[in-house]
Design a binder for this molecule. Structure first.
Ligand code: AGP
Length: 616
């Protein structure tokens, strides 16, 4: 987590770094800081709270300087306060650092440095690292780049760092292991940008280099970037990529929150996900990364899915899809559990890793573990060029566009879209789906974007329901089959942005415990679409009603039975059962959104959370 922004060039660094930090606040937002170097003067401003607070503090101060580093923090070591905020200086006051990640052996290093007379102001691992760099530099009498490299060989943990020496303000050193870092290159190397993702510099340059694991870059004004491998000192040719991102994609576009914008982007996002893959007129699904490894997929004895949070919920939907449509057994694992329990992986297994950000530390570690056991790993990611996209053997991007709201919305539906395409394709090739069934599914998938579009019109209706339940202390979400994971996802959305305690359950499990919670103050959201265990779910609704629970039911358009019993019904258009999660999710996203707004919560940046979880 944490966001890093840096600038070195001929413009004023302050506005670039500050607005860059605001774009990266999704990565962490408990404190922020900036250091600016102007000829012989260096100014540091840090504050607990959001970048806006930092901005207020810096506003009337000296913010001059053509070199700057900024940081927005998600605390790991040391509480969020002014002192623990980055940047951090070395004891001499010459070296300055911003850091995203965790130095696991910082305590040992701290003790060694303390024994040599170093003192520390903060509780952070980062301040230890900058002093280690200083110690190495002095001891070896070497340049900063070399000192950073040598220091990092002694470090256990994860990092993306940017460092400079106030005595040499024409150079920034950056390095990464486990946390992302992008470098933007201005014309003729006259200016450089450094950031945790490319969004802080898209209006300045389209040329970017993404550092790979264990790489260090020396960025010097007027010179080409030099990249070295930290461990073996070899040089790497910088791979300059053209950025496809544009400014509009990372702005709110008239919506009050990114989350609402992203909910409304889903029709297009789903379309973009299957564009060029779902050829409805020909009745075929083309996916290069699956086609190129088709024998592996068709011979797979099992698919193991690893993911976290919402992506894990998408994995659960995929379990139903692959088993139902392609008859391939599936196991869905929390990446954080999988990586630590010595899992059994066979050579005929395919591991699918799902991640919006492509940076989730546990998912990345699970991939590395699966690969070390000889598994073939397929990635489903949204962020192009992300660590997971690069670590997997192959994969498919969701093409949802940047998702900035911390609560995942379009990431979920586009992940399901990709996984559904894979399941349909494999189902057909394995002979589990006839050509006509396959064709019908394809036609139906091509209608999903317009059905989502239609569904979004219920926004005001949902706002009214939200107003009734906004003060509920608890909420239960129930679903069966394909919609059981949607119940989990609905509950996660509500708790993460509104702080209302919510639980998702398979509807039939209710009577094994949760039914005890039901009384007249308990809203229960039940997904009761026409297909898939409809009658059973209707019985569950009756059971809740007889205990005076309040029912908000998601039903198929035209339903009359549930309408009679439920307190509120939200209709979704008819579709294939396998595709219902793409529709039933939408009202649940909107319900959480409106409840959170009415409760005065920070929808896009909920407390204690960060968009990409790059720590364990
Ligand atoms: C979802 O709303 C979350 N904020 C969170 O659960 C998220 O899905 C999880 O951290 C995984 O992230 P990833 O998809 O980027 O790997």
């Amino acid at each position: 987590m944490c966001g890093i922004v840096g600038y070195l060039g001929n413009r004023e660094a302050y506005p670039i770094v500050i607005s860059g930090l605001q774009r990266l606040e999704y990565r962490g937002y408990d404190s922020a800081g900036i250091v600016l170097n102007n000829d012989n003067e260096t100014n540091l401003y840090k504050a607990k709270g959001k970048v806006a607070t930092l901005k207020k503090i810096a506003e009337n101060k000296n913010t001059k300087g053509k070199l700057g580093l900024g940081h927005t923090r998600w605390a790991t070591h040391g509480i969020p306060n002014d002192i623990n905020s980055h940047p951090h200086f070395s004891n001499s006051g010459n070296l300055v650092i911003v850091h995203n990640g965790i130095i696991e052996n910082y305590n040992t290093i701290k003790k060694e440095l303390s024994a040599r007379g170093y003192t520390f102001n903060s509780d952070t691992d980062t301040e230890v690292l900058i002093n280690l760099i200083e110690e190495v530099k002095l001891k070896n009498n070497c340049k900063l780049g070399k000192a950073v490299q040598l220091a990092l060989t002694n470090v256990v943990g994860a990092y993306a760092i940017a460092v400079f020496d106030i005595q040499k303000p024409d150079e920034i050193i950056v390095a990464r292991l486990g946390s992302p870092i992008a470098i933007g290159i201005g014309e003729d190397n006259k200016e450089f940008f450094v950031a945790s993702d490319a969004s802080p510099f898209i209006e300045y340059t389209k040329d970017a280099v993404y550092l790979d694991e264990e790489e260090l870059a020396i960025i010097k004004l007027g010179k080409n970037i030099r990249i070295r491998k930290i461990q073996d000192d070899s040089f790497v040719e910088p791979n300059i990529q053209e950025l496809k991102l544009n400014l509009e994609q990372i702005e709110k576009g008239g919506f009050d929150h990114f989350m609402l914008k992203e909910i409304h982007e889903q029709p297009n996002a789903i379309l973009d996900t299957y564009r060029g893959r779902l050829l409805a007129d020909k009745g075929i699904i083309k996916m290069g990364s699956v086609d190129n490894h088709i024998a592996k997929f068709l011979n797979a004895k099992r698919i193991v899915i690893v993911a976290c949070g919402t992506s894990w919920h998408a994995g659960l939907v995929a379990e139903y899809l692959f088993e139902d449509l392609a008859r391939i057994p599936v196991e869905v694992e929390y990446a954080s559990e999988f990586r630590y329990r010595n899992p059994i992986i066979n050579k005929d297994d395919i591991v699918i890793a799902i991640s919006q950000s492509g940076e989730t530390a546990d998912t990345l570690a699970a991939i590395k573990l699966a690969k070390s056991k000889g598994a073939f790993v397929f990635g489903v990611c949204n962020v192009v060029g992300s660590s997971i996209a690069r670590e997997t053997d192959t994969g498919a991007y969701t093409h949802a566009g940047p998702e900035i709201g911390v609560a995942s919305t379009k990431a979920f539906t586009t992940q399901i879209t990709v996984l559904a395409l894979m399941a349909l394709k494999l189902g057909n090739l394995k002979g589990e789906l006839s050509n006509s069934e396959h064709y019908n599914f394809i036609q139906e998938m091509s209608l999903i974007p317009s059905k989502v579009e239609d569904l979004l019109k219920i926004n005001t209706e949902i706002e009214k329901i939200a107003a009734i339940y906004k003060d509920a202390p608890n909420c239960l979400y129930l679903g069966r089959g394909y919609n059981f994971p949607v119940a989990l996802e609905g509950a996660l959305k509500l708790k993460e942005i509104s702080y209302i305690h919510a639980e998702g359950y398979p509807a039939a499990e209710m009577k094994h415990g949760p039914i005890a919670l039901i009384d007249e103050s308990m809203p229960v959201v039940v997904i009761a679409t026409k297909k898939g265990h409809y009658e059973k779910v209707v019985s569950n609704i009756q059971e809740i009603k007889s205990r005076n629970g309040k029912i908000i039911a998601i039903v198929t358009k035209g339903d009359t039975v549930v309408k009679e019993i439920a307190d509120h019904v939200i209709e979704i258009p008819e579709t294939e059962e396998a595709f219902t999660p793409l529709l039933t999710t939408i009202p649940l996203q909107l319900l959480s959104y409106h409840i959170a707004v009415m409760r005065g919560c920070n929808v896009d940046q909920p407390r204690n959370l960060a968009k990409s979880v790059t720590v364990e």
